[in-house]
Design a protein around this ligand. Structure first.
Ligand SMILES: N[C@@H](CCC(=O)N[C@@H](CS)C(=O)NCC(=O)O)C(=O)O
Length: 225
């Protein structure tokens, strides 16, 4: 993790990089799980020299980020070929398709459809789990009712390509990297009652994406320089 902190964090007092000079830039916040998705793709594909990382202070955003780079003001965003695109899942695919390096989007045997479905489902997983974390009255029964079904669906998805390996699509793919930053955070709450219930569900198999993808993910994300 030490390398992550070496990235300068730009705030309202920071000058912009020389925008639209042909450099490809991925704007992130180091703690943002959405930003970590395309960041992991960049690192996995070995694009450290092709895509520059620019970290933004979300509590004190630079004006130029809102005015000149990405008016929605969120991260991640990608400056490439004179245009800026946003949305983490779209950026994972965009970086995969438009830059060199091994692909994280396997094809054939229904893997494109599975990717689409699991990408779309990731928002629902995050919504249910985070809203349970935020609800101070949520207990194990609440977790079983709200989080249980989404984790059951993930468990079923895992079964699909199980003969090819422990990841969602058998081999490591963008699907694992889309879920991993969130699973890494879910683990933080394991201590309380809700967390214990979640842990029970998400540990149903020893090599779930919660273990495989998370480990791979941290290696990929932290090794950026
Ligand atoms: N749907 C977006 C969500 C991105 C998002 O919410 N990022 C947060 C940080 S984790 C953000 O930029 N928040 C600042 C803001 O909304 O002003 C994506 O998938 O990229």
């Amino acid at each position: 993790m030490a390398v992550v902190t070496q990235l300068p964090i730009l705030d309202s007092k920071s000058d912009p990089p020389s925008l639209f000079d042909g450099t490809t830039r991925l704007y992130v916040a180091v703690t943002c799980p959405f930003a970590q998705r395309p960041w992991a793709v960049r690192n996995y594909k070995g694009l450290d020299n092709s895509i520059e990382l620019v970290a933004i202070d979300l509590q004190d955003k630079p004006k130029w980020y809102l005015e000149k780079v990405y008016p929605p003001g969120r991260v991640p965003s990608l400056e490439h070929n004179g245009k800026v695109k946003g949305e983490s899942l779209d950026l994972m695919e965009y970086i995969d398709k438009n830059f060199e390096g091994p692909s994280l989007f396997p094809e054939g045997s229904g893997k494109e459809e599975a990717t689409k479905e699991l990408f779309a489902f990731s928002d629902e997983v995050n919504k249910q789990v985070f809203s349970a974390f935020r609800n101070k009255d949520a207990d194990a029964a609440y977790a079983a009712e709200h989080i249980g079904p989404v984790l059951d669906r993930l468990e079923a998805a895992l079964g699909k390509f199980e003969s090819e390996g422990p990841f969602f699509l058998g081999q490591l793919s963008a699907v694992d990297l889309a879920y991993a930053p969130f699973f890494a955070r879910f683990e933080l709450v394991q201590g309380d009652e809700l967390g214990r219930c979640l842990h029970r569900y998400s540990n149903i198999r020893s090599e779930s994406p919660c273990t495989c993808a998370k480990e791979t993910f941290w290696k990929i994300v932290t090794n950026f320089d």
